[in-house]
Design a protein around this ligand. Sequence first.
Ligand code: SF4
Length: 167
Amino acid sequence: MRAEDAFPVRGVARPALPRRSLRLWSVRHARGLAAFYRGFERGLRAAAPLLRRIGYARLERPVAGVERVVKQALFDCRMCGQCVLSATGLSCPMNCPKGLRNGPCGGVRDNGTCEVHPQMPCVWVKAFEGAERMGAVARLGEAQAPIDHRKTGRSSWLQAAQADAAP
Ligand code: SF4
């Protein structure tokens, strides 16, 4: 049996291969993108009083729409609503076919590709590379909470602004 045939186990369908878009490029440019995002976050924080006046509920749909387009293109974002990119070297963990937000699993192949999709670089190997570029390898050790599906589709940007505005 070839190594790539070892998964799926009998009777279990192989999950769909995630899209790639620019996400490998984004990991290669993690340092610059992270610096840009820090500036963007400062802008969000500064705009928090205005955002509050307009109303977060009213802003949710349009902002989430813009966030979806931008982050899908750059990271293959799935709009989980609890973004952890800054802790994962800008490699979105929702692209892991096993859905691991605390990875990697024990199945990474010797060449750094995924156990499920041999042609795909492991999301967590990429996370390490991106984190190294960002100087944030220590953040990979942070335990991520289980996903809260009630937040799926919601804007992480607005949540960041709201959290920062909270007393
Ligand atoms: S962690 Fe969630 S919000 Fe962040 S890029 Fe991935 S799916 Fe999108």
